[in-house]
Design a protein around this ligand. Structure first.
Ligand SMILES: CSCC[C@@H](NC(=O)CCC(=O)O)C(=O)O
Ligand SMILES: [Mg+2]
Length: 367
C-alpha cells in the first residue's frame, strides 16, 4: 500500500457522567483520530492518549506533534507499506507507543478494508461475542457508588471494576461485596499506593476479588512481586506492561498473575497479540483494558478481546457507558455481551454528522 495522505482529527466527546480515578476526573474525552488515505482506500486509527499526561507520559497534543514531526515522515519514506512493517519502521523513535499504535491501527484498518478482512479474523478471534465488564469511578459516597453499581448490574454487566485510592478502598469494596456476594469484582488503583501500603491492601483479601490492578508505581516491578507475596488477591498489571518483553519480565519476577492488555499502551494491536501469546505460554490470563475509546477503538478492542487467551471480562463496555452519542454506530450490550464486528477492517466508521459535531481541529499532514 502507498500512503497518500494522513488527517489528524482531534475530537471532544462529553461523558455521560464524570469519571473519577486516583489520578483525576474526566468530564469529556478529548481524543486524536487518524485517517490514512492510501492508494487502496482509507483506514482509521484512534490514539488513546488523554488530554493530559496523567495516566501515562503521552497526551493528545504531544501525540499530534510526534506524529507530524517524526512518525508520519518515517512511514512515508517506505514505498510499499504493510501494517506489519509499521512497528519496525517507527522503532527508532523512542517511546510514544500510543501515537505509534494509532498509526499502525489506521494502516492496518486500511489494509484489512482493502482485503475485505475483519480485525477479528486478522487477529485470530475465537469467539463471536465478548463479555462486558464495567469500570466504576470513585464516588462522593458509598450510597452513590451502590446506586451506580445497581444500574450497571441491571444493564447486564457481568463484571464490576471499582477504582480505588487511599481513603476509598476497603469500605466501598466491602459495601459492593455485601450487596453482590457472587458478582465477579475487581479493583484498579492506577498506581496510587506505595510498598508500605501492603498490609493495608491485604485487607481487601477477604472480599474474593478477581484481581487488584496496578496498585503500585508502573516502574515498581519488584514492589509488585513483594506485594504478591503478602496478598492472596491476584496482582494484575496495566501501566507497567508496555511490551511483550515487559510482560515476560513481570511474569518471570512474579510481579503479576494476570495482565490487562491495552493496545494503545503497548504500541498497537500486533504487539497486543504478542503479549497475549506470551501470557498464554505462561498460563497467565489476560483481559482487554479500556481508555474510554470511541466506537473506533472499541471495535478493535472487542475484536482483540475475542482471542482465546482473553479469559476474563474486559473493560469492553457498551458505548453508552461513556457516551450519549458515540462517534460510530453505538456498541449495544446484549445479555452482557458485545458482538465482535464482522465487516472489513474495524467494521465501523465515524458517522459524518457526529464527526463534524465533535471535531475540535483537524489538519492534513503533507509530505
Ligand atoms: C481515564 S482512566 C483510563 C484508564 C483506566 N481505564 C478504565 O478504568 C476503563 C475505561 C474504559 O472503560 O474504557 C485503567 O487504568 O484501566
Ligand atoms: Mg487500569
Amino acid at each position: 500500500m502507498k500512503l497518500t495522505g494522513i488527517e489528524l482529527v482531534t475530537v471532544a466527546l462529553p461523558l455521560v457522567a464524570p469519571f473519577r480515578t486516583s489520578f483525576g476526573t474526566e468530564t469529556e474525552r478529548e481524543a486524536l483520530l487518524l485517517r490514512v488515505v492510501t492508494d487502496e482506500g482509507e483506514g482509521w486509527g484512534e490514539c488513546v492518549a488523554m488530554a493530559e499526561p496523567l495516566y501515562s507520559s503521552e497526551y493528545v497534543e504531544g501525540c499530534v506533534d510526534v506524529l507530524k514531526r517524526f512518525l508520519v515522515p518515517a512511514l512515508t519514506d517506505v514505498g510499499d507499506l504493510s501494517a506489519d512493517q509499521v512497528g519496525r519502521v517507527l522503532a527508532p523513535v523512542k517511546g510514544h507507543r500510543m501515537a505509534k499504535a494509532a498509526l499502525e491501527m489506521a494502516v492496518l484498518d486500511a489494509e484489512l478494508r482493502a482485503a475485505g478482512t475483519s480485525f477479528g479474523t486478522a487477529l485470530g478471534a475465537a469467539r463471536e461475542t465478548v463479555p462486558c465488564g464495567v469500570s466504576v469511578g470513585i464516588m462522593d459516597s458509598i450510597g452513590e457508588l451502590l446506586d451506580a453499581v445497581d444500574r450497571y448490574v441491571a444493564e447486564g454487566y457481568v463484571r464490576v471494576k471499582l477504582k480505588i485510592e487511599p481513603g476509598w478502598d476497603v469500605a466501598p469494596v466491602r459495601a459492593v461485596r455485601e450487596r453482590y456476594p457472587d458478582i465477579p469484582l475487581q479493583v484498579d488503583a492506577n498506581t496510587a499506593y506505595r510498598r508500605q501500603d501492603a498490609r493495608h491492601l491485604a485487607r481487601l483479601d477477604p472480599f474474593d476479588l478477581l484481581l487488584i490492578e496496578q496498585p503500585l508505581d508502573e516502574e515498581d516491578i519488584v514492589g509488585h512481586a513483594q506485594l504478591a507475596r503478602v496478598m492472596s488477591t491476584p496482582i494484575c498489571l496495566d501501566e507497567s506492561i508496555v511490551s511483550a518483553r515487559a510482560a515476560a519480565d513481570a511474569i518471570a519476577l512474579g510481579a503479576c498473575s494476570i495482565v490487562n492488555i491495552k493496545p494503545g499502551r503497548v504500541g498497537g494491536y500486533l504487539e497486543s497479540r504478542r503479549i497475549h501469546d506470551v501470557c498464554m505460554a505462561h498460563d497467565i490470563p489476560v483481559w482487554c483494558g479500556g481508555m474510554l475509546e470511541t466506537g473506533l477503538g472499541r471495535a478493535a478492542n472487542v475484536a482483540l478481546a475475542a482471542l482465546p487467551g482473553f479469559t476474563l471480562p474486559g473493560d469492553t463496555s457498551a458505548s453508552d457507558r461513556y457516551y450519549r452519542t458515540d462517534l460510530t454506530e453505538p456498541f449495544r450490550m446484549d445479555d452482557g455481551h458485545l458482538a465482535v464486528p464482522t465487516g472489513p477492517g474495524l467494521g465501523v466508521t465515524p458517522l459524518p454528522d457526529v464527526l463534524a459535531e465533535v471535531t475540535v481541529r483537524s489538519e492534513w499532514v503533507t509530505w
